[in-house]
Write a protein that binds this ligand. Structure first.
Ligand code: PHE
Length: 367
């Protein structure tokens, strides 16, 4: 054979090798993409068998017919192999799609539940509304608070036990180590200070909000809880006004005609200070009478303590630039979770914060 004959792409060996290469690549193609690449390589315009086909015209006339049959047969086999592998891979793809996109129509539907307000939020709003109806404005303050607002301005001195690390969660500047530390507010009373410093007098505000104390979580204590605080500063306010405000709120929350009781207490920021108790809304005091049936809600005391209160300490007014000879004020504060628990007979404070919808549903929340 001449050197030219060896390079003849239509020669039986060349055609057989080109076909074998093609069939091997087609068989090895594991995806439709790989098969497409094999198709371009072996059946495209520059593929060996396509070049062989094009070469037939250049052969001596006598050889053309046989070469044509040989190359044609090879190309037919190649195309049949491509078609068959294409069908296999498409079937495989369809099978995978069926597997991965299967929908089990017997499964329960994925209903997206609408969000709903939490009972603690709803009660905070209801209490705020009671005071807004009496002309109070809602005032809010930051939960991360300067020690000065949370303590100093409220006449709570640096050595006061309430500042102790056990009670207060410090963010920075622990207990007197810097000019003013940063704390998670331990009560809503700093909002009193912020209100007095920024709002015009006379002043009537109610401040609901989240508070934090360094307490272990148990049935009656929580490190995070809510308070609502009321503050009034005006000319001529007396404890009678304070009593009236408390009475209005107790009746709005627990029912008409419930008596309230004030007893002396101590808060650095009010003077005089008191604690407010209300007549038990369940037994109406009967459990405390001789021979009365025991009451779980008031522990047969007849009274339930619900709030701290007092006349704003003149030192606090002065710290806020208010003339204590002209103005007086009263303030009160209570725990919202505690109020919720008393009103609805909840015995474990953890129920109010776990976000269990079974708890919320009992308050008429639709979820
Ligand atoms: N801030 C007090 C507390 O957290 C409650 C209070 C508020 C008492 C307003 C008096 C007046 O215990």
């Amino acid at each position: 054979m001449s050197a030219q004959a060896e390079q003849d792409p239509t020669a039986p060996d060349e055609v057989a090798r080109a076909l074998a290469d093609a069939l091997a690549d087609i068989a090895a193609a594991g995806t439709l993409g790989e098969l497409k690449a094999a198709r371009v390589a072996h059946d495209g315009d520059r593929a060996p068998l396509a070049l062989a086909s094009a070469h037939i015209g250049a052969l001596p006339g006598a050889e053309r017919a046989e070469a044509g049959r040989r190359v044609g047969a090879a190309r037919a086999r190649l195309r049949e192999a491509l078609r068959a592998r294409q069908a296999e891979l498409e079937a495989e793809r369809d099978r995978q799609v069926l597997l991965t996109e299967t929908a089990d129509v017997t499964l329960p539907g994925g209903r997206v539940l609408p969000g709903a307000r939490h009972p603690v939020t709803m009660l905070a709003d209801r209490l705020s509304d009671v005071f807004v109806a009496m002309g109070y404005e809602v005032a809010e303050g930051p939960e991360v608070e300067a020690e000065w607002y949370n303590f100093d301005a409220l006449n709570i001195p640096p050595d006061h036990p309430a500042r102790e690390m056990q009670d207060t969660l410090f963010i920075a500047g622990k207990n007197g180590t810097s000019a003013s530390g940063i704390v998670l507010r331990t009560h809503t009373s700093p909002v009193q200070i912020r209100s007095m410093l920024t709002r015009p007098l006379p002043l009537y505000v109610v401040s609901p909000g989240k508070c934090f104390r360094n307490e272990a979580l148990d049935a009656t204590h929580s490190p995070v809880f809510h308070q609502i605080e009321g503050l009034a500063v005006d000319e001529g306010l007396t404890m009678a006004d304070l009593r009236g405000a408390i009475q209005a709120f107790v009746e709005a929350m627990f029912g008409e005609g419930l008596r309230t009781r004030f007893r002396p207490d101590y808060f650095p920021f009010t003077e005089p200070s008191g604690d407010v108790a209300m007549e038990c809304h369940v037994c109406r005091g009967a459990s405390a009478e001789p021979g009365g049936d025991p009451c779980r809600v008031c522990k047969s005391q007849g009274w339930i303590e619900i709030a701290g209160c007092g006349m704003v300490n003149p030192r606090v007014l002065v710290a806020c630039g208010i003339d204590p000879d002209r103005y007086t004020g009263f303030a009160f504060g209570l725990g919202i979770e505690r109020g919720l628990m008393i009103a609805h007979g909840v015995t474990d404070i953890r129920d109010t914060m776990e976000g269990d919808v079974r708890f919320s549903r009992a308050f008429g929340t639709e979820i």
